[in-house]
Write a protein that binds this ligand. Structure first.
Ligand SMILES: C[S@@+](CC[C@H](N)C(=O)[O-])C[C@H]1O[C@@H](n2cnc3c(N)ncnc32)[C@H](O)[C@@H]1O
Length: 247
């Protein structure tokens, strides 16, 4: 069974595409006439040019909206597709789940005629800047250490490429790990945590003491005093990166 057959049962409730991040991804895809989405999940961020979604989890495929591109059940490491199958291949917030990153990236390069676009994060920036993992849930950061790939290594494996920061709006619609950086109380919501693999896979028993401290700091006003500078920001760079590699 695919991990997301258990992890992803409520995915579409908290993980909707954010329009500002969508615009940045679509700009990175450029003039691609056809796009394949690998690790596609419920189909977030797929532009109209999407011709195929590749996704191992049946539970995620069933959450794809009506009218979305057809989906095939497969993993990135073995794409059931010919060489140069589409102008662009994108893989968004998925590479940290792959069992063999190098094999998956080789497959993306084989299938992309012109460009590979990956959304991931720089773990060094994430753990240093994001108050949740730095100050409350270091166990979650430790879990991410085991699966994050340094951006330089990712670019090397892709045979070159550029990276651009993806700033997170304070009202980000897509509930990924750092989405609620200015809405701290939402991390206390189990349904929100269920949509964030870093928290769901670390587990509530491990996170309980840090979450209790966060709850207490929100009640006493300590959180707002400590992070007052954040409340003045509309967007923030917490390490999310778009990596674009031209064929
Ligand atoms: C956090 S979700 C992201 C889904 C979607 N790209 C998005 O941005 O909403 C990660 C997805 O990667 C998929 N996945 C896990 N292992 C994979 C693999 N080896 N190859 C392709 N996809 C995989 C999961 O099933 C899940 O749907």
């Amino acid at each position: 069974m695919a991990t997301y057959d258990t992890l992803g049962t409520t995915y579409a409730r908290t993980r909707q595409p954010d329009p500002r991040i969508a615009a940045q991804i679509h700009a990175a895809l450029g003039d691609a006439a056809d796009v394949i989405n690998v690790g596609a999940g419920a189909g977030s961020y797929e532009p109209p040019e999407t011709v195929l979604a590749v996704e191992p989890s049946r539970v995620m495929i069933t959450q794809r909206p009506q009218g979305a591109a057809p989906a095939v059940r497969a993993v990135a490491e073995h794409l059931p597709l010919p060489v140069d199958a589409a102008d662009a291949v994108m893989a968004l917030l998925t590479i940290h789940h792959w069992s063999d990153l190098a094999a998956g990236l080789r497959e993306l390069r084989r299938v992309a005629r012109r460009r590979v676009v990956i959304l991931t994060w720089d773990q060094r920036v994430f753990r240093e800047r994001f108050w949740l993992v730095r100050d409350y849930l270091p166990e979650a950061a430790a879990f991410d250490e085991t699966r994050a790939t340094p951006i330089d290594r990712l670019v090397d494996l892709l045979g070159g490429g550029r990276q651009e920061p993806v700033r997170i709006p304070h009202d980000c619609v897509d509930g990924f790990a750092a989405a609620y950086w200015r809405r701290p109380h939402l991390y206390l919501d189990p349904q929100v945590r269920a949509g964030i693999s870093m928290l769901a896979q670390t587990g509530d028993d491990v996170l309980a003491p840090g979450l209790a401290r966060l709850g207490a700091d929100l009640t006493t006003g300590r959180w707002h005093a400590r992070y007052a500078d954040l409340l003045t920001l509309d967007t923030i760079d917490l390490g999310y990166r778009l990596v674009v590699s031209e064929a």
